[in-house]
Design a protein around this ligand. Structure first.
Ligand code: KG4
Ligand code: ZN
Length: 339
């Protein structure tokens, strides 16, 4: 079964053709990152306009690269929530038009569910149940994935997402957007014990996260030093900050693995590219005899292959959207789109 995936939730316009949810026939990503870098973050209005310009060419390229055409598709999967509303609407409306014109069924996909599915493309044998740490720019969740379309949230962040904390700390350190990637590289050169930073936890909620205090602590350190005319060693600061974020993620996900007695741990989302997070979880899983799965680096960030993969499983579960499908800026991963 062949699905076209379409993704436009943030600043990547992407399309991909995937067979049976597992085999990528093509994957095209038009990134706007250089344009948003000038502003230090994504400018939603610009993102929507660029999606509108790019989407036709990106979808055509994905079909051409896969050596297929619309008539040979079994379904069109599109990211419909959550994300920047104007950005999402471009992909959703394009997918609806394509479905209307071709008669190919439309399948709505939750963005975070698709990040989880990036692992099905990387690891052919992976199947639910498993525990998944979903860490992106906008979300930080510990999710029990009991089936391909069944998700139970065990914990989430009470304030900033891990990616957001990385980006804001990186910006204060003078690193370019998207900060998480650059902070990760900088941290490789520094000493993680150089600065003592808080490791916030949430009282009575061992699987929940809080990153805003940690983010503020590092920003205050930088500003206080600047006021005295000092410059802190950036690599040491980056290494100490990365260490603190990763410690919090590892601490809670380890507790959730013990509580659920799951044997498989999966990570997903942009921050799953973080090199320390990958190393630490690999080690912890090794020590506990748990299997560890992570997406290949090219599939950690936003892409449409993961949308087509999750779309395949949603399609198999009978999920469809009508031509009245709307985009939603926020949506619980546990909920299904209404047909
Ligand atoms: O999943 P994603 O591509 O977009 C959202 O759905 O939000 O995640 C983007 C986030 C950004 O905050 C980016 O800085 C972060 O993922 N990120 C990283 C790394 N690579 C990307 N954070 C830490 N370390 C990385 N290597
Ligand atoms: Zn994402």
């Amino acid at each position: 079964m062949r699905l076209l995936g379409i993704e436009s939730s943030c600043d990547e316009t992407a399309a991909s053709v995937v067979e049976d949810g597992r085999r990528v026939l093509s994957s095209v990503i038009a990134s706007q990152v250089l344009e948003h870098r000038k502003f230090g973050g994504v400018v939603p209005e610009i993102a929507s306009r660029r999606h509108a310009e790019a989407i036709v060419g990106v979808v055509q390229q994905a079909l051409d690269d896969a050596g297929t055409n619309i008539k040979e598709l079994d379904a069109i999967a599109v990211t419909a929530a959550p994300g920047l509303i104007g950005a999402l609407l471009v992909g959703v409306n394009f997918a609806k038009g394509l479905s209307f014109a071709s008669g190919v069924p439309l399948v709505p996909v939750h963005h975070l569910r698709s990040h989880v599915a990036a692992n099905y493309l990387t690891s052919a044998s992976l199947a639910p149940p498993f525990l998944c740490l979903v860490v992106s720019g906008g979300h930080t969740h510990i999710v029990h994935v009991t089936d391909y379309t069944e998700f139970r949230v065990l914990g989430c962040t009470r304030d900033d997402a891990a990616g957001e904390a990385f980006d804001k700390a990186a910006r204060a350190m003078g690193l370019p957007y998207p900060g998480g990637v650059f902070l990760d590289k900088e941290a490789e050169l520094g000493n993680p014990d150089a600065f003592s930073l808080p490791h916030p936890s949430v009282d009575g909620a061992p699987f929940d996260f809080s990153f805003s205090g940690l983010k503020t602590a590092v920003i205050n350190l930088i500003h206080n030093a600047a006021q005295k005319g000092d410059e802190l060693p950036r690599a040491d600061l980056a290494a100490s900050f990365r260490r603190a974020v990763v410690d919090c993620l590892v601490r809670n996900v380890t507790a959730a693995m013990r509580e659920t007695k799951e044997r498989r741990l999966v990570i997903a989302g942009g921050v799953s590219a973080n090199s320390l997070l990958r190393r630490e979880l690999e080690r912890i899983c090794g020590e506990n005899g748990w299997e560890f799965y992570r997406p290949e680096l090219s599939l950690c960030g936003d892409n449409a292959a993961m949308v087509a993969s999750q779309g395949y499983y949603e399609f198999q579960a009978g999920r469809r959207a009508g031509l009245d499908l709307n985009a939603l800026a926020t949506m619980d991963i546990q909920l299904d789109f209404e047909a």
